[in-house]
Structures are given as C-alpha cells and as structure tokens.
Ligand binder design. Structure first.
Ligand SMILES: CC(C)(COP(=O)(O)OP(=O)(O)OC[C@H]1O[C@@H](n2cnc3c(N)ncnc32)[C@H](O)[C@@H]1OP(=O)(O)O)[C@@H](O)C(=O)NCCC(=O)NCCS
Length: 170
C-alpha cells in the first residue's frame, strides 16, 4: 500500500481539478449542494479562477488523484470547508484526515480562526471525520439544495482564544 500525500492545486492544474471534482459529483451527488450537470458546463476560466488562491487541495496515491477538499474565506475571520471527497477505493486510509488537516492549516495561515461546513443529514462517516478535527454541530440546519427535502446541518470549530475567566475578588 502506498502513502497518500496532499498538495495544493495551482491554476495550471485546472483540468485535473475539473476531473476530480466531476468524479466527486458523479460518485456522491447526495453529499453536495452543487450538481454534476451544473459544473460540467463550467468553462476552463471558471475552473482556473477557483484555483487562484491555492485553497483547493488534492490527495494523491502513487501520483493518482484520489481526493479533494476546498477551503474558502466566508466572512472576516471565518472560512468554509467545501468539496470534501475521497475516491471510494481510497477510503478508510486517512486521506480524509490529511485533506482536512491541510485545509485547516491554510485557514490558520490566512488568519481565519473559525472554520464552518455543512454536512448532509445521515452522512455519518463525514461527521465522524469532522468531529475528529474538533468540529461540533452548531444547531443550524437547511435544505442541501433549494426546493428539495434532503437536509444538511452546520458544524464549526474555532481557534479563537477563549476569553480569560473572571477571577472573583475576595
Ligand atoms: C467522508 C469521506 C470524505 C471520508 O473519507 P476517508 O478518507 O475514508 O476519511 P477518513 O480519513 O476519516 O477515514 C475513514 C475511516 O478510516 C479510518 N482510518 C483513517 N486512517 C486510517 C488508516 N491509516 N488505516 C486504517 N483506517 C484508517 C478512520 O478512523 C475512519 O474510521 P471511521 O469512519 O470508522 O471513523 C468519504 O467517505 C467521502 O468522500 N464520502 C463521499 C463524499 C462526502 O460525503 N463528502 C463530505 C461532504 S460534507
């Protein structure tokens, strides 16, 4: 068994990025808010544009792409983790852990201490993965796609320093 590695994608990797993202949407349509049909129509410029910030990471096993994650600034101090996917043949070997770790490192380097994400209700393997990295449910819930019944819930983690506890004066 080879070792899985993770690297950021650059704009010249756009065709690889497109291939992995479309494979993810074809394999696990229930896990994503977007759809295969929508993204198949994207132009090369759209794919390149998504890679300008080096905030999409690919997992590779012996040089073959086997997973993807993205992390995007959402609001001041907050990033959103998106597009998490590992090829079915590569699951259960820690690729998900490696991808989440790289995305969290990117958020930290960009001074985005809070990271949020959405998980489809019932996606227990994804929830376990995120919980291992300190994410907790926030209580927010919404439809995965507009006009459909499937629900997703929000999870978040924060590296913001906690306020100092007050020390009561005696
Ligand atoms: C969710 C998903 C990304 C997890 O991918 P993964 O690479 O299997 O993730 P992990 O690194 O967490 O590994 C999964 C399991 O293997 C175990 N594992 C991790 N490293 C391991 C290793 N080196 N050896 C053996 N087992 C290992 C983990 O403990 C975990 O066990 P658990 O699920 O019982 O808790 C993957 O199932 C997937 O792509 N699903 C479809 C898309 C999706 O749902 N995306 C999330 C959208 S929010």
């Amino acid at each position: 068994m080879t070792t899985i590695s993770v690297r950021p994608l650059d704009t010249e990797d756009w065709a690889l990025y497109r291939a992995v993202r479309l494979a993810a949407l074809a394999d696990a349509p229930e896990a994503f808010g977007s759809t295969l049909g929508r993204e198949q129509a994207f132009t090369a410029d759209i794919w390149r544009g998504r890679l300008t910030k080096r905030n999409q990471f690919v997992a590779e096993d012996a040089g073959e792409a086997c997973g993807l994650i993205g992390i995007v600034p959402a609001e001041p101090g907050v990033a959103e983790l998106v597009s998490m996917w590992v090829h079915p043949a590569a699951r259960g070997r820690g690729a998900g852990d490696l991808l989440v770790r790289e995305a969290l490192r990117w958020a930290k380097d960009q001074h985005l201490p809070e990271v949020r994400l959405w998980v489809a209700d019932g996606n227990e393997s994804a929830e376990r993965l995120y919980a291992r990295h300190g994410f907790q449910r926030t209580g927010q819930i919404q439809p995965v796609r507009e006009g459909e019944d499937e629900l997703e819930f929000a999870m978040a983690r924060s590296e913001r320093p906690r306020p100092m506890p007050r020390i009561a004066s005696s």
